[in-house]
Design a binder for this molecule. Structure first.
Ligand code: BES
Ligand code: ZN
Ligand code: ZN
Length: 477
C-alpha cells in the first residue's frame, strides 16, 4: 500500500473520495446528503454510504457521537472504508483528513488492519478484482510535516500488526517452535535486533525444565527466543522486558482437550507472536528505550515423551511445580522465561502476554484482556497504554486467598487452582516468578483472535498487544 499526502482542499474527482462524518440528527453536514434519508445514512458509528454523481464517487463513513471520536474510532472507521473500497474494486482513493489530521496515524493503521486477509491457502474469490494500492490524504498545508511522520509511524505499526496476524493465522503444521524461531530470526535481521535462540540442547544445559516438559510430547522441539533492542542513549539502562507464551498448538497434552474448537488452539502462540511484532515495531520507530523480548515456545502434544499429571517440574529458578493437568501449560513455559528475564536482564519492569485461560474469556468476554499485576505504578502505565492504543483491558485482582488455592502438598506450587477464578489463580502462579520485579500479566485468550468477520477487519488473529506494547514503550522512553 502506497500513501501520499496532498496539501489541498480540492479532491481529484477522477477517484473515489472518502470522508468521515459524525452522527447528525437534523441538518446533514454535506449538501450531497440532503437527498438522503436518515434511515439510509445518519453517520452512525461504522456505517457507510456511497454517493454517486456521474463518475464522481464519495464514500462516507459514520463516526458516531462526534464528542467521543478518538484514535480508535478513526482506526476502525478507516478499516471500514478500505474494506468497502475493495468491494467496489478500485486502485486509488483519497481520504479527506483536512481538520482531523491528528488522526492520520490511526487512519493508516486502520487501513492496513482493514486490508489484511489470511488468504495464503485459498485463492481469494476477489483475487482478480482491483484492490486499492494507493491512498492519498487530503490535508491542510500547515500539517504536512506532522502528517508525514504520522503516516510513516502508522505504516510501521500497521505492518507489524499484520506480520503478527499472518504468523498467528498459520496453523500448527507450518508454525511450530523451530519454524517460529526461524521467522523470529528473519525479522530480527530485518529490524536489526540481537537474537538468541535456545534449542533443545541449550534449554537442557540452561535448566529450562518447564519449557522442555511442556514440549516433550512433540517431534518439533521447544525453543526459547530472546530478542534485544537497545534504543536508549544509555545502552546499559535497565530494559523493559516483554515475555510471551507461544504454544504453537495446544492439544492439552495427556489431559487432552475435547475436539470442538481445538483447531483454534493454533492461536495459543499469540502472546509470543505479539511480543515479537512489538519489539520489531519499537525498533523501526527507533524509540529511545531498551527492550528485551522473550518468546517461550513449545508444542503441547502427547506421545511417549509427554509430561504427565503428577509430574513435579523444577523450573529455571529452582521453584518446583506439581502438574495436575498438562493443559495448564502456558504458565509453566512462562515461569521459565520470566525467571530467565529477571535473572539475566534485571528489567525495570516486565509484562507478559498469554492466551492463558478459558476462564478469562468467561469473565471478560471477547473485548477486553485480563490485566493483573504486582505494582500499582506499572499497572497504571499499562492501563494508560491500553487506553491510548485502543486495545482494551480490565484490571482483575490477585491476593493471598488466590495463592492459597495453588498451594501444593509436594511442591512449591501446583499448576491449577480449582474451578473458580481460573484466570486469577493462573496470574497468581505467574506472580511467583515475577518476584520483586514490577510486573503485569495480560491474559489475551479472549482478544487474540476473532471467529467473526467485523466491518473493520477480517477473521483470525487480531494482533492484539502490538500497539499496546508500543504505547507502553513510548511512555517508558
Ligand atoms: N490455551 C489454553 C487457554 C485457552 C482456552 C485460551 C480457550 C483460549 C481459548 C490454556 O493452556 C488452557 O488450556 N487453560 C486451561 C487451564 C485449566 C486446565 C486450569 C483452561 O483455561 O481451561
Ligand atoms: Zn492448555
Ligand atoms: Zn495453552
Amino acid at each position: 500500500m502506497n500513501f501520499t499526502i496532498r496539501p489541498s482542499a480540492q479532491p481529484d474527482q477522477s477517484q473515489p473520495v472518502v470522508g468521515f462524518i459524525p452522527e447528525f440528527s437534523s441538518k446533514p453536514p454535506l449538501k450531497e446528503l440532503e437527498a438522503i434519508s436518515p434511515e439510509e445514512f445518519s453517520g452512525k458509528k461504522f456505517t457507510h454510504i456511497i454517493l454517486r454523481e456521474g463518475k464522481k464517487r464519495i464514500l462516507l463513513i459514520g463516526l458516531g457521537d462526534g464528542k467521543k471520536v478518538d484514535d480508535d474510532t478513526f482506526r476502525k472507521a478507516s478499516g471500514v472504508a478500505i474494506r468497502q473500497l475493495n468491494k467496489i474494486g478500485v486502485y486509488r482513493a483519497q481520504f479527506v483528513l483536512d481538520g482531523v489530521e491528528q488522526f492520520a496515524q490511526a487512519c493508516v493503521e486502520g487501513i492496513l488492519q482493514g486490508v489484511y486477509e489470511f488468504t495464503s491457502f485459498k485463492d481469494s474469490k476477489n483475487a482478480k478484482k482491483a484492490k486499492v494500492d494507493e491512498i492519498s490524504f487530503l490535508i491542510s498545508k500547515d500539517q504536512v510535516a506532522s502528517v508525514t511522520k504520522a503516516v510513516h509511524d502508522g505504516q510501521i505499526v500497521g505492518e507489524c500488526v499484520n506480520i503478527v496476524r499472518q504468523i498467528g493465522n498459520l496453523p500448527g503444521n507450518y508454525i511450530n517452535p523451530p519454524t517460529l524461531a526461524d521467522e523470529a530470526l528473519k525479522l530480527a535481521k530485518k529490524y536489526k535486533l540481537k537474537a538468541t535462540v535456545f534449542d533443545k540442547k541449550k534449554l537442557e544445559a540452561g535448566g529450562f525444565r518447564g519449557i522442555l516438559a511442556v514440549g516433550g510430547g512433540s517431534k518439533s522441539e521447544p525453543r526459547l527466543i530472546a530478542l534485544e533492542y537497545k534504543g536508549a542513549k544509555n545502552k546499559s539502562a535497565k530494559p523493559l522486558a516483554f515475555v510471551g507464551k507461544a504454544v504453537t498448538f495446544d492439544s492439552g497434552g495427556i489431559s487432552i482437550k475435547p475436539w470442538e474448537k481445538m483447531e483454534e488452539m493454533k492461536f495459543d502462540k499469540m502472546g509470543g507472536v505479539a511480543v515479537l511484532g512489538a519489539i520489531c515495531a519499537i525498533a523501526a520507530l527507533k524509540l529511545p528505550i531498551n527492550v528485551v523480548a522473550l518468546i517461550s515456545s513449545a508444542e503441547n502434544l502427547l506421545d511417549a515423551h509427554a509430561y504427565r499429571p503428577g509430574d513435579i517440574i523444577t523450573s529455571y529458578d529452582g521453584k518446583t511445580i506439581e502438574v495436575l493437568t498438562t493443559d495448564a501449560e502456558g504458565r509453566i513455559v512462562l515461569a521459565d522465561a520470566m525467571a530467565y528475564a529477571r535473572q539475566k536482564y534485571e528489567p525495570a519492569a516486565m509484562i507478559d502476554l498469554a492466551t492463558l485461560t478459558g476462564a478469562c474469556i468467561v469473565a471478560l468476554g471477547e473485548y477486553k484482556a485480563g490485566l493483573f499485576g504486582n505494582n500499582e505504578e506499572f499497572i497504571a502505565q499499562v492501563k494508560q497504554a491500553s487506553l491510548t492504543s485502543g486495545e482494551p483491558s480490565w484490571h482483575l485482582p490477585i491476593g493471598p486467598e488466590y495463592h492459597d488455592q495453588i498451594k501444593s502438598d509436594v511442591a512449591h506450587v501446583k499448576n491449577v487452582g480449582g474451578r473458580y477464578g481460573g484466570a486469577i489463580t493462573a496470574a497468581a502462579f505467574l506472580e511467583l516468578w515475577a518476584e520483586k520485579t514490577p510486573w503485569v500479566h495480560l491474559d489475551i485468550a479472549g482478544v487474540a483472535w476473532t471467529t467473526r468477520e467485523h466491518v473493520f477487519q477480517g477473521k483470525g488473529a487480531t494482533g492484539y498487544g502490538v500497539r499496546l506494547l508500543v504505547d507502553l514503550a513510548k511512555q517508558f522512553a
